[in-house]
Design a protein around this ligand. Structure first.
Ligand code: B12
Length: 213
């Protein structure tokens, strides 16, 4: 039965069917499926398939936008169902998608899961300029700055953020974690980011490790 929900979630996202996607999200949760499992095994494979279809020229912008809309609505339902830890365990983060990049579905999942694990997270949204990452981290007294990017053309902004932190003498004050589909551990090593995570669950583990350092 759980598998049916996963395949229906995938199908709803590929078809860009908002009503179906939200219905499956709600019905899946009502049936007791773990929110993160429903996301990881149903909706994310769906949006990844959409990305493949778009990348190979089998789907065009209007279809991509419809699927993204369905994904965002389903994600909002799932994120709201992730139980939030009431007792903050100390770590504070600011997280955003870098300037020039409008993709924020994955970043928002990461924020939800971190909050669910008791971290205090300020979500800066998307299209965030470097100066804003730094200003907000200062104001929020963050321990960690997290950045997301889905476009290869904006990956360089993560590098510029590292450079700006070094230049302003703030690199020692903040740990950095980076993520997003084209981002790798190799990229993190190259630009001097303190951590990289492939997905939201790994992100939580890496954040815990960073705070212990
Ligand atoms: C949905 C989508 C859109 C939506 C975004 C809606 C939104 N609000 O986010 C819309 C329709 C707006 C869109 C627009 C565009 N898109 Co688009 N999009 C996608 C798509 C299909 C899915 C992205 C997604 O949501 N994935 C699901 C989430 C859950 O995964 P994720 O983002 O990777 O996040 C996970 C991890 O990476 C990690 N993570 C992410 N961030 C962070 C941060 C930290 C700190 C950590 C620790 C971890 C972490 O954890 C997350 C959860 O597990 C991808 C294809 C793909 N497979 O990536 C293309 C894709 C990224 N898009 C692409 C393109 C080209 C575009 C456009 C340029 C198209 C155009 N011509 O207009 C525009 C760009 C606009 C802009 N300036 O940003 C290309 C990028 C190619 C490239 N090499 O750069 C892709 C790869 C499609 C393709 N195959 O060609 N897109």
């Amino acid at each position: 039965m759980t598998k049916d929900f996963f395949s229906q979630a995938l199908e709803a996202i590929v078809k860009g069917d908002v009503d179906k996607a939200t219905e499956i999200a709600q019905r899946g949760l009502d049936a007791g499926i773990d929110p993160l499992e429903l996301m990881t095994n149903g909706f994310i494979p769906g949006i990844n398939k959409v990305g493949d279809l778009f990348g190979s020229g089998k789907l065009f912008i209007p279809g991509l936008v419809k699927s993204a809309d369905a994904m965002q609505k389903a994600t909002a339902i799932i994120n709201a169902a992730i139980p939030q830890e009431q007792t903050a365990i100390g770590g504070k983060l600011v997280i955003g998608t870098v300037e020039g990049d409008m993709h924020d579905i994955g970043k928002t999942i990461v924020v939800s899961l971190l909050r669910a694990n008791g971290f205090d997270v300020l979500d800066l949204g998307r299209d965030v300029p470097i100066a804003r990452f730094i200003d907000e981290a200062e104001k929020f007294r963050a321990d960690i700055i997290g950045s997301s990017t889905l476009l290869t053309t904006t990956m360089g902004v993560q590098k510029e953020l590292e450079e700006e932190l070094k230049k302003s003498g703030l690199k020692k004050k903040y740990k950095t974690i980076i993520g997003g589909a084209p981002v790798t551990q190799r990229w993190a090593n190259r630009i001097g980011a303190d951590a990289f995570a492939q997905d939201a669950s790994e992100g939580v583990k890496k954040v815990k490790q960073l705070l212990m350092k």
